[in-house]
Ligand binder design. Structure first.
Ligand SMILES: Cc1cc2nc3c(=O)[nH]c(=O)nc-3n(C[C@H](O)[C@H](O)[C@H](O)COP(=O)(O)OP(=O)(O)OC[C@H]3O[C@@H](n4cnc5c(N)ncnc54)[C@H](O)[C@@H]3O)c2cc1C
Length: 372
């Protein structure tokens, strides 16, 4: 079997490493010539560590990151605690969660991919994908052409593969919120996620290294405020957006000073209706189920996708059956993550809605922790 993976992010690399472990030939094409990722960090809940353990990479992530043992939620005044949870461990010998910088995680995944024997080409995308029944013909932007048994569209939230195969009207929708992120020195001893519920959004701190944490602020943008800000002055705007919050941010806010280190993204989401494949081309990760970050589950689900797809393709059943089995195992869980995460975001925009954000987050975590 020969597989083409389009997109060298978390979903694509999880699939690649898993497929290579099963002895399947894999080509990867990645659009970014530098094959890089932006700064800041990522929360790896217990199921993300479980997936990384299957890939043989959990220990490396834990060594490069910082354990997370639970979470604690306060009101925006910084002192009124309203919830606290200790996270259960899913894999013996590993912490219940981990925080890591995105560049470090990317380095671990790309090194494993390169060592797996996959053939990776960067600065390349697919220009034409033609399903011819029992094979897929693909033309690439570097002028090459090849045929594959399966093509994996792991090219992220704004997937070109999805647009090509499922139609361009199926695209992410704006959730009404944006997310600001910035790396700060870790609060001494911090081994949990701290969350502060303000009038206009949620501020949080996630440890991602021995000396590092990242601050995230998920909020409804001011009317007229651009979702993609100009670099110049970005830090000043972020500092201003942090003003309604008390607690640890009072001492940290002035450190938000480097315009280039501010990461601001609109929170766009999508849930592609099942099935996530057309013929022999299948969508994975954010391309199929891009979630809002309220439960820190997007990357974790992307990793699980790659593992499950490889398991099904390695069974040796006809490819259409394998792809259907993949969707059968993944759709409901990803639907729950996307829809419940969005519900938390809706509550953050309107506190009168009958949603218990804490219970919803727990429901997502419990569902995600079930065997894949
Ligand atoms: C604000 C925010 C915070 C988040 N925090 C967390 C968190 O704490 N924990 C968590 O688990 N998840 C989090 N996520 C979600 C997580 O980042 C995504 O779910 C995850 O990156 C999805 O992986 P992916 O491989 O599907 O897509 P991506 O990571 O987007 O990777 C797609 C890859 O495909 C490449 N590509 C794109 N188009 C093409 C093309 N046409 N041809 C070839 N290559 C292409 C891209 O360059 C990229 O390398 C967060 C998301 C946001 C927006």
């Amino acid at each position: 079997m020969r597989v083409l993976v389009i997109g060298g992010g978390m979903a694509g690399l999880s699939a690649t490493i898993s497929l290579r472990s099963a002895g399947i030939e894999v080509d990867v094409i990645e659009r970014d010539p530098a094959w890089g990722v932006y700064g800041v960090g990522i929360i790896q809940p217990a199921n993300a560590l479980r997936a990384l353990d299957v890939l043989g990479l959990a220990q490396a992530c834990v060594e490069a990151g910082q354990p997370i043992r639970g979470d604690r939620t306060y009101l925006g005044d910084g002192t009124t605690q309203i919830a606290a949870h200790e996270w259960p461990t899913l894999v013996a010998g590993l912490p219940p969660g981990n925080g890591i910088t995105r560049p470090k995680l990317h380095e671990i995944l790309t090194t494993a991919t390169n060592n797996s024997g996959a053939n990776v080409r960067t600065g390349v995308t697919a220009t034409e994908i033609r399903d011819i029944g029992d094979q897929v013909e693909v033309a690439c932007s570097d002028g090459t052409q090849a045929t594959y048994d399966v093509v994996v569209g792991a090219d992220g939230l704004y997937s070109q593969t999805r647009a090509q195969l499922f139609g361009s009207e199926l695209k992410p929708a704006f959730s009404g919120q944006v997310c600001w992120r910035y790396n700060l020195p870790r609060i001494e001893g911090l081994e949990e996620i701290l969350v502060f519920l303000g009038p206009n959004g949620t501020l949080g701190f996630t440890p991602i290294g021995r000396d590092l944490m990242y601050a995230f602020l998920i909020e409804t943008p001011m009317p007229g405020q651009a979702e993609a800000i100009e670099r110049e002055g970005a830090a000043a705007i972020m500092r201003q957006r942090l003003e309604p919050f008390a607690g640890p941010i009072l001492e940290l806010r002035e450190l938000v000073s480097d315009d280039d280190a501010v990461v601001l993204r609109p929170i766009d989401t999508i849930l592609v209706p099942e099935p996530w494949y057309r013929g022999r081309v299948v969508l994975l990760g954010d391309a199929a189920h891009g979630t809002s970050p309220h439960a820190g589950q997007g990357a974790a689900q992307a990793l699980d996708d790659g593992i499950v797809l490889a398991q099904e393709l390695a069974r040796g059943v006809p490819v259409p059956d394998a792809l259907q089995a993949f969707v059968d195992r993944r759709f409901e869980r990803c639907r729950l993550v996307v829809e419940k995460s969005l519900a938390i975001g809706r509550w953050e925009q309107d506190h009168t809605l009958p949603i218990d954000p804490d219970a919803t987050r727990m429901e997502i975590a419990m569902s995600a922790a079930a065997p894949i």
